[in-house]
Design a binder for this molecule. Structure first.
Ligand code: ZN
Ligand code: ZN
Length: 333
């Protein structure tokens, strides 16, 4: 995990001078959670060091925005708030027009939609900002909002682990079913091995989850931050469903597994790369690497199986399951 100083160093533009005042302003800013107005930041900084002028603070805030340390969020009605990017993943906002509080969230479904539109319109998006204005549950109920109990970073890690655990569970179902259905004894062994591996990974992820919750038991009940609606566990669930079709051959089962692992790897890699440095990012990238290993293992098995079938098949005849019109005849790349 980067320290705040390392984080700033990484974002400092080359040739950017260091200055004592700027360091004070940056470190006060990074200590804050949530969203601050420029005035609030100035008050906090001047409480620490009254010799720093407001003009210097506003200039430094702009410098932080340009350097990617700070993000500017439009809270509506000419209100701008600032949040830092340190251990704070990029996100979308629900903004209450009454109390001016915001609720942060992420959604792979929204991002997938933005990407789809951009591709169709051949648009290269740099940044997507989603602000939804309305009334929060506290204002609607007429009781004041409490500040968030737990840092967003921890909620993000919790949600990343939940997504990974759900994916691992559905992967386990998939491989257990594939092992039951496999006819080729070697194919069966591969699926069993993968089922065992998924079980082991699942246990590790669950232990990590319990550890995280133990650090702060309030975490368990925090509202969701990541909305990854069945994004990846859905892949394996659909795959497991396909396996129940009558007459699925070992070759087809392997292809389904490869497809699921590849899509799962891409999903975790793609989102993991987008997140800012955080525990949640690490969960995603580590999981992506595991999914890639599974994919590679299945691709190797697929090639072996094809070679074995070619040897067994009499000259001039194709292996039995090839002759049948399988749903997807494509070889894995
Ligand atoms: Zn409100
Ligand atoms: Zn925010």
């Amino acid at each position: 995990m980067l320290s705040p100083a390392e984080f700033v160093e990484r974002h400092r533009p080359s040739g950017g001078r260091r200055s004592g005042k700027r360091d004070v302003i940056v470190s006060v800013f990074l200590e804050q959670q949530g969203h601050l107005s420029a005035e609030q930041l100035a008050d906090l900084v001047r409480a620490r060091d009254p010799r720093i002028s407001r003009a210097t603070i506003y200039r430094t805030l702009q410098w932080m925005i340009d350097a990617g340390i700070a993000r500017r969020v439009d809270f509506g009605g000419g209100n701008f708030r600032f949040e830092h990017a340190y251990r704070h993943p990029r996100h979308f906002h629900l903004i209450c027009k009454q109390c001016r509080q915001s609720i942060e969230f992420l959604s792979s479904d929204i991002e997938a939609l933005i990407e789809e539109v951009a591709v169709v319109r051949r648009f290269r998006p740099d940044e997507s900002v989603i602000q939804i204005y309305g009334t929060c549950e506290h204002c609607a109920a007429g009781r004041p909002a409490e500040p968030p109990a737990v840092p967003l970073d921890a909620v993000f890690a919790r949600d990343a682990l939940r997504v990974a655990i759900a994916t691992e569970r559905s992967g386990l179902t998939f491989y257990a079913r594939a092992a039951r259905l496999a006819r080729d004894s070697r194919g069966r062994d591969v699926f069993r091995r993968l089922a065992d591996e998924e079980k082991e990974h699942l246990a590790k992820l669950e232990a990590r989850y319990r550890e995280l919750i133990a650090q702060d038991p309030r975490l368990e009940s925090q509202p969701a931050f990541l909305f990854f609606k069945g994004a990846s566990e859905g892949l394996f669930a659909a795959g497991a469903e396909e396996l129940t079709r009558k007459g699925v051959t070992d070759r087809e089962a392997l292809l389904i597994g490869i497809r699921c692992e590849r899509a799962s790897h891409r999903f975790f890699q793609r989102y993991g790369e987008r997140f800012e440095e955080s525990e949640g990012k690490r969960v995603f990238l580590e999981f992506a690497a595991e999914e890639r290993e599974h994919r590679d293992l299945l691709v190797r098995e697929y090639r072996d199986l094809m070679a074995r079938q070619r040897q067994r098949a009499p000259r001039g005849r194709r292996p039995a399951d090839r002759a049948r019109s399988g749903p997807r005849g494509k070889r894995p790349a």
